[in-house]
Write a protein that binds this ligand. Structure first.
Ligand SMILES: *[C@@H]1O[C@H](CO)[C@@H](O)[C@H](O)[C@H]1NC(C)=O
Ligand SMILES: *[C@@H]1O[C@H](CO)[C@@H](O)[C@H](O)[C@H]1NC(C)=O
Ligand SMILES: *[C@@H]1O[C@H](CO)[C@@H](O)[C@H](O)[C@H]1NC(C)=O
Ligand SMILES: *[C@@H]1O[C@H](CO)[C@@H](O)[C@H](O)[C@H]1NC(C)=O
Length: 459
């Protein structure tokens, strides 16, 4: 069973052949209806096609490639090489060949192919990088506007001097690196130096990515907190060789980068506007198969040197024009109008749309929304709810006569952490459906629900 969570919720989650929105934290499926499995990845565009490579959590951390022409409808192009435990793969095309760079055992490994899709073979052994054969992890990739490619990586041999390095890809026969001398620590003059490095004043960084906007480089990094999310940071520079100014926040600190870790920044140059997209991983507690993705538009100013994630529960981009859009609401089902059982009760709520909500939902109580409109096809709903502590319990739903509830976290990693949690459901045609909302957890666990929002169908 590759995707145990999907099997569990298959009665309710769609096997839609194309997604209609980018829904951060939701379970994203490919054109075959399987969960997309490409974590710690990046995207390269060739012509009209976007290629998304990432590590497969269900297949031994092998590199998997997906393609799309709209950033919504992804076709699985399969495993790209027989290599295992290749973390954070990224594709580069610095010469006539196609290269995958990733991390094996805290060293950088290159693979090469004559074509974009398939046929990648390892190119030499995984390498440590001078000086001192330090080990590196968390490969990122950046292509500059002059056509130069850079590997971004985090030096992790010594946490107290831990650095992010920007390495230029030039001498491919030696794997990677044309260093530039910028530091004084070099002892052997023939030994290459990192082109640039950032030593955080405190703590350590990983998961680097770079976005260039009007001549300004924005370097995005995560702190090192394992699979738990943290407030990712931005440094900027007007030169790829530094020096870098920062760190600055890219989202309110309490949001922990909306429960994600940076992996890549994508530029979409449309006919009407250029849109920048943050790609992050929403890891599960083990970096495993139930990890999801957080992609968000970025508001960035090269003059003010500001960079902030634009948080949306659902959005999409017209890749032709670059224009971002959002769904419209078709109907809202208010919790205070639903059938309420147990200890749960209606309460006033200033933040809620109707100013009323239902609170004190625990293991003994339920809120049943009746006459919910279905189409027989997958539809997007958002559940608006909050919990007193996401660590001690979970909210769940039952659709119609389902015998057992499904935890909302199985639909979307935002469950319990954000007040709006989109999920895709397929209901019976007509206003004949019920959605029952409940909760399970420790005695102190309490949930507060505002309502359920149904979005307009796609035209
Ligand atoms: C999704 O992509 C596949 C492969 O390119 C294509 O055959 C299919 O028509 C697309 N579906 C939608 C709804 O765009
Ligand atoms: C790209 O670089 C590799 C490694 O140096 C070399 O083997 C290959 O021939 C190059 N490809 C082209 C088309 O230049
Ligand atoms: C780590 O770096 C610090 C500061 O340069 C140094 O004092 C320490 O010896 C280093 N530790 C290791 C294990 O290399
Ligand atoms: C759903 O959440 C509850 C409370 O956290 C937990 O006890 C239960 O195991 C979860 N069910 C599944 C199928 O994950």
């Amino acid at each position: 069973m590759l995707f145990p969570r999907l099997t569990l919720v298959s009665s309710a989650v769609s096997g839609a052949l194309a997604a209609s929105w980018i829904v951060p934290g939701a379970v994203w499926t490919d054109t075959s209806g399987n969960k997309i499995d490409a974590h710690g990845g990046g995207i390269v565009q060739r012509g009209d096609t976007f290629y998304w490579i990432g590590q497969s959590t269900s297949d031994s951390i092998s590199p998997y490639l997906y393609s799309s022409t709209d950033l919504l409808n992804w076709t699985n192009l399969g495993k790209q090489a027989s290599i295992q435990q290749l973390w954070r793969p990224k594709i580069a095309k610095p010469n006539g060949s196609f290269w995958i760079y990733g991390q094996v055992d805290r060293n950088i490994q290159a693979l090469v192919s004559t074509q974009m899709v398939g046929g990648y073979v390892t190119h030499g052994a995984a390498v440590t990088i001078p000086p001192n054969s330090y080990t590196y992890s968390d490969t990122g990739m950046f292509k500059d506007t002059d056509g130069s490619w850079y590997i971004l990586t985090s030096a992790d041999h010594n946490i107290s001097t831990n650095s992010i390095l920007v390495l230029s890809i030039r001498h491919l026969t030696h794997l990677i690196v044309q260093y530039k001398s910028t530091k004084s620590t070099r002892t052997d003059p023939s030994e290459p130096e990192p082109l640039n490095s950032i030593r955080p004043a405190a703590g350590a960084y990983e998961a680097p990515g770079i976005l260039k906007v009007d001549g300004v480089y924005f370097l995005i990094v995560s702190a090192k907190t394992g699979w738990r999310s943290n407030p990712n940071k931005m440094f900027y520079s007007t030169s790829i060789t530094g020096s870098w100014t920062g760190p600055f926040d890219i989202a309110p600190q309490a949001e922990n980068t909306y429960n994600s870790q940076n992996t890549f920044e994508l530029t979409i140059s449309g006919s009407k506007q250029t849109t920048y997209m943050y790609m992050g991983d929403s890891w599960d507690s083990k970096g495993g198969t139930s990890s999801n993705y957080i992609w968000l538009p970025i508001a960035v100013s090269s003059s003010a040197k500001t960079f902030s994630l634009q948080y949306h529960a659902m959005w999409k981009i017209d890749v032709g024009t670059g224009v971002v859009s959002y769904p419209t609401t078709k109907k809202r089902y208010e919790a205070e109008d639903a059938v309420i059982t147990g200890r749960a009760a209606v309460t006033s709520c200033n933040d809620c749309i109707s100013k009323r909500a239902v609170h004190r939902i625990g293991s003994d109580s339920q809120v049943t929304f009746q006459n919910v409109i279905g189409t027989g096809h997958p539809q997007w709903f958002s559940i608006h709810y909050s919990v007193n502590s996401p660590e001690i319990g979970e909210a769940h739903i039952f659709v119609n006569d389902e015998p057992r509830p499904t935890n909302i976290s199985l639909f979307n990693s935002r469950a319990g952490y954000h007040k709006v949690v989109p999920m895709e459901l397929t209901l019976k045609p007509g206003n004949v459906n019920t959605i029952t909302f409940g909760a399970m957890g420790s005695e102190d666990f309490e949930v507060h629900i505002d309502g359920i929002e149904l979005f307009e169908d796609e035209l």
